[in-house]
Write a protein that binds this ligand. Sequence first.
Ligand code: ADP
Ligand code: MG
Length: 600
Amino acid sequence: MLKKLKNRIKEFLRPTDKTVQIKWSLFGRVWREIGKPQWKWLLAGVICTILAASAEGYTITLVRRIIDQAFIERSASSLYLFGLLIVAAFGLKAAFTYAKDLIMSKAGLLAIARLQNRIYSHMMKMDVAKFYGGGIGKHLNYFGVQANAVLNLVTGTIIQAVQNIATLMITIGIMVYFAPQLCVMLLFMAPAIIIPLVLITRKRRVLSRRSFGIANDVSQHLNQTLHGMKTIQSFGNEAIESKKFAEIIRVSNLNAYRNTQASALQAPLLEIMISIGLALSLLVGGHFITSGVISIGDFTAFLLALTAAYKPAKSITGLNGGIQHGLLAAEVLFDYLDSKSGITDARGAVKLKRGKMSVAFDNVSFSYLPNEQVLSGISLAVPAGTICALVGPSGGGKTTMFNLLERFYDPQKGKISINGKDLKKYTLHSLRENMAEVSQDVFLFNGTIADNIRYGAPNATPKQIEAAAKAANAHDFIMGFPKRYDNNVGERGALLSGGQKQRIAIARAILKDAPILLLDEATSALDTHSEKLIQAALKKLMVGRTTFVIAHRLSTITDADQICVVRNGKIVEHGTDAELAAMNGEYKKLRDIQFKKTKK
Ligand SMILES: Nc1ncnc2c1ncn2[C@@H]1O[C@H](COP(=O)(O)OP(=O)(O)O)[C@@H](O)[C@H]1O
Ligand SMILES: [Mg+2]
């Protein structure tokens, strides 16, 4: 038991690791980015704070005068005046405190809104590799935990510091002014207070940093499970997920408790030191009064000031923890805000104007992760207005080619060009404006069907939306819903079937009316009958557009102008349906299997 205690104390005193050093220069950045825009509010808040502290100090000097003038000199008439003054002083203190609270709340709300808007627009511009890297749950924390911790640095911690320092200076001023002899005595006690506090602060800094990592784990886990609830339940993994969560919470609690162990020590330590100070002051002060060095009023003022100093002194010792926590959050947050998107407009990028578009891959190689080549040496020329089909085993790299075309990623080697010009020379916005994609996994936003179809063409009229839905063979099932086009699709389109979602995505692409069309297994979730209908619609849509089609069912691509068989990141066969069928290779094999099936 004793050994355990000894170990705990040892662990507590263990020097903190070097990585936890605080960069004080961050203060400047925090001020510039968060404090400065609200400087008027903050200044007003600081003034109110100082005025409130002064009013409090004034009440102490009033008590001293009451004792020395009214009681000792027995002048009853001045009692009325003092009574009034006391009420007035407290009234002022209350008014200034209230004003400070209102002002600081205003400053805080303005600052956090600004900060959150900044985080949001930064997130919107992130390249997908960075965005998805390390899970998306952590992004949520920047808005909540981190933003608030940084904000608190300005509107909470710093104002608190001002308030406490002002009160402390006023109370110490009173003590020194009325009873300097007693103050000298108290001075000797200072080291006994400071040394343990420094140790505690060091410990808390480590725990603070750890707590951010833990907060990320919590939101990461929550985010994943919220989105994967059906999968979890279908695999019967409820208990396993709960257990994982319990473990994360346990670690989080342990860390929080360690923090309490350290921080809760501060107040009692300080209290003991102050009580010793009080006891000594009483002893020595009593002696001074009887020997006539100081008056009873002076002594009372000293005692009142000493007790009034307790609260701010305690807060100041706790303040350091808050500052450390805030600065750590600021460091993480600013790192996030400073991270540059890898995919941006090149200098002098031009707008890609609408019109005919030819696309070419020129010896393109790409990997998502170092040393895991996904595409190697892809070369391909697609003339304007023609159809290029990509087929091959899954994992071959077909969707990746689309990702590169839309510049979600840039190839490490080679280049992709439109109308003979490198993709990177066009502005990102205009590039994507000229492409419409129906992707493998359709994403719908929580909103109405009409909203979702309109997503790529915000100004579309209801008539245009309906026409697009008709072309996508979606109109009929939409009319079957109680609210028709105003029916909600649910979170991520959860209220629709896979085939329905796909048809809405097709309508969305039709409405966008872009010169380059990217269809990634766009009809895979449909039954054969609907597929035929949509195929006809898509065929009409493809006219005059440069189209890339990824398809598993070869029957849908037999009339493509060129077909590429993509395997292990390479184009292994290339030609028209007839040419490839005659080659007796991979395509022929796939074709034989599929057409035999349909013939049966
Ligand atoms: N975001 C990603 N990060 C890392 N690897 C990826 C990512 N997306 C796909 N891959 C990998 O790239 C390869 C090609 O994937 P993909 O282009 O989706 O194939 P296909 O569409 O032909 O089925 C696969 O091995 C896959 O595991
Ligand atoms: Mg794919």
